[in-house]
Design a protein around this ligand. Sequence first.
Ligand SMILES: Cc1cc2nc3c(=O)[nH]c(=O)nc-3n(C[C@H](O)[C@H](O)[C@H](O)COP(=O)(O)OP(=O)(O)OC[C@H]3O[C@@H](n4cnc5c(N)ncnc54)[C@H](O)[C@@H]3O)c2cc1C
Length: 642
Amino acid sequence: MNAPLRVQVPGAGYHQKLVSCQQACPVHTDARGYVRAIAEGDYERAYLIARGPNPFASMCGRICAAPCEAACRRGQIPVLDEAGAFVANDKPIAIRALKRFVCDRFGPEARPATDVLADLRAHVPSACADAEEMAALLRASVAGQFVPADGQRVAIVGAGPAGLSAAHDLALLGLRPVVFEQESVAAGMLAVGVPAYRLPREVIRREVAVIEALGVEMRCGVRVGTDVSFAELRRDFAAVILAVGAKSSRSVGLPGERGPRVLGGVDLLRAVSLGEPLDLGREVVVIGGGNVAYDVARSVVRQIAWDAARTAARVVRGGKVHLVSLETLEEMPADTLEIREGDEEGIERLNGWGPVEIRRGDDGRVEGVSFRRCSRVYDENRRFAPLFDDAVKLELRADTVVLAVGQAPQLDFLGDGGADVEQFRPGWPKSDEQTRMTTAPGVFVAGDLAHGTRLLIDAVASGKAVARSVYRHLTGRDLRPDATTAHLEQERYRREPGYEALRRTPIPTLEPHERLAHPEAVVEIGYDETAARREASRCLDCGVTPVFDSMRCVLCGGCADVCPTACLKLVPLDAILDGEGVAAAAARTLGLDGAAPADLPEGSAILKDEDRCIRCALCAMRCPVDAIAMERVCIDTTWRTA
Ligand SMILES: Cc1cc2nc3c(=O)[nH]c(=O)nc-3n(C[C@H](O)[C@H](O)[C@H](O)COP(=O)(O)OP(=O)(O)OC[C@H]3O[C@@H](n4cnc5c(N)ncnc54)[C@H](O)[C@@H]3O)c2cc1C
C-alpha cells in the first residue's frame, strides 16, 4: 500500500523554510545566496554574504561541521540509472569548501583587517538583500533605526568563538567590550584544540584581527580568578559575559588512570598547539570514537612521523597509534571523513572495546591498557547503555594513554565574587533560556558553557544572541528584528546546462605521505576556480520557486508533462477537498492506489512535491500563457529599538 500523501497549502513563512541550508545554520547564513553568487562568478559578493552574519566565516570555511550541508536538499534528490532505477541519493553541495574558496580570495587571509572591515561597512548592506545580521545592524545604525548604546564597558571572560562573537556584535551595538583570555592566543578551542593541519594559525590570527579592528580590546594571557578577580570585573564593568567553554577533559575512572603518561585529549592538543614539549614514547593508545579522539590520534601520528624524520628514526622507530572506541565503525560519532583520513594515515582503529584498566609497572610507568568486548552501546531507545562481555579481552601495549571521552567546564575561578551564580550541576551555571542571564544580575553565559559542547557555529550564534541580550539589559531598550518578505519575479530565469546531472566535486587533499611530512601541513587543498564554479552550479537554488497564477492557467498540463522529476500533478479540486480527507483523495486521484485518475473538473489544483523540485524552470518556459513565474523570496531585516 502507498504511504498517504500529505498536502500542505503554502502560508506565511513557507518559502523561507524551503531554503533548508539557511534554516539549518545557527546564524542563518544565506548559504544559497553565496553559493549562487559563486556560480555566477561574483566572488566578492559571495564573501560579503557569507561574512555578514558570521565573524568566523574564514575559520568556518575550514572546519565548520556544516549543518547546512546535512540539510541541503540536493542530498535528498534521488540519482537514477539510465533505466530510471534508483541508485542512491545525490550528495549535498560542498557548502563549507565553497565558503573557504571565497574567504581565501576576499577574507582577511587575502588582505589587511582594516580593508576587510572597510569593505564590510561599505558594501554588506547592499550586497545582501536577505536576512543578514551585520548588514542589518550597520544599516539600522546609519538610518537611526536603533539607538546605539552609550559605550558602557562589558567584560567577556574567554576569547573563544562565543566570547569573540559577542564582542564583535557588542562593538557594533555601541558598547565597549574587553575580552579576558587566559591563553597567550585568542580563539579558544580553535587555537588550542583544533590542530593546525585542519585550521592554519595564520587564518585564526587574521580573522581575530578584524574583530580587534572593530574596537574590541583583547587581553590575552590574563586568567580571571588569578590575574584579576571575578569580583573586580563585576565592580568595574557594566555587565560580564562568561564564555569559558568546556576545557577540562573528562575522566573515565579506570584503575591506573591517575599518574604520568595518562593525558586528557584536549590537554594533549593544547600542548601540541602551543608547541610544548611532549614525551609520548613509541606506542600511544587513544580512547574515544569522536572527532576529538581523531584530532588527538592524527596529531600524535604526525608528531611521531616528524620526530622520526628529525632524529633519523632513532627514538621512535615502530611508533604506533591505536584508536579504540566502544562503538562499532557504523556507530562511531566521528565524521566519516576523519575516520577515512585517519585510516589512510596509519591509525590502527579498533571498534567495540571498552577499557577496563590502565596497566602500570612497579615503577609506575604505563605498560598498556586492558579492554573487554563491548557487545552493545545503545539500547533500543538510542540511549547510551553499553553492555560488555568480560570473557573476550584485548591487551594493548602502551607508553602513553590519551582519554578523549568528552569535556566539562570549570567555574572555580568565580571565587567568592560568584557565590550568587547558581549551578544546576557543578561547573554548569543556571541561566534564563531567553536572555542567558545567570542568577547573578548582569552576569551572562554564552557558548559551550551555556548550551553544552556543540559546534563552532553554535558558539558563534550563542555569542551573538547574548550580545543583544546585554544591549537590552544595559539600555533598557528592546532590540528586535523587523523582517519584510518580498517575492521578486526572476525574469528569464535560467539554470546552468546539465547542472542536474553533476555529481559532487571531491575536495582535493594532500596525499597521506605528504600530510605526515610536516605536522602543520594543511590536509585540505580546497577548490580551484573551475571546481568551485562547477560545484556551486549544482545548487538547486531553493530560494527560487515556481509560482502559479490561477487566473491565467488553462489547465493544459504542459508543466507537469515537461517536469523532469515528475514533481507536478494537476489534481481535481473536489478530489482534495472532499469528505474523505485530503490525503486519501489525493492519493486516489493520482492513481497511487491503482485507481484511474478521474476526469479533471473545472476547479483544479496543482500539487508540487517540494522534495523533488530542482528549480529547473522548465515548467515556466513551457507554459503557453505565462501563468508560471519563477519568484525569489527575499527577507529584509532591520533592527529597531522599541
Ligand atoms: C579538539 C576539538 C576540535 C573541535 N573541532 C571542531 C570542528 O572541527 N568544527 C566545529 O564546528 N566545532 C569543533 N569543535 C567545537 C568548538 O571548538 C567549540 O564548540 C567552540 O570552541 C566553543 O566555543 P566557546 O567560545 O564556547 O569555548 P572555547 O572555544 O572553549 O573558548 C573558551 C575560552 O575561555 C578561556 N578561559 C577559560 N577560563 C578562563 C578564565 N578563568 N580566564 C580567562 N579565560 C578563560 C579558555 O582559555 C578559552 O580560550 C571542536 C572542539 C574541540 C575540543
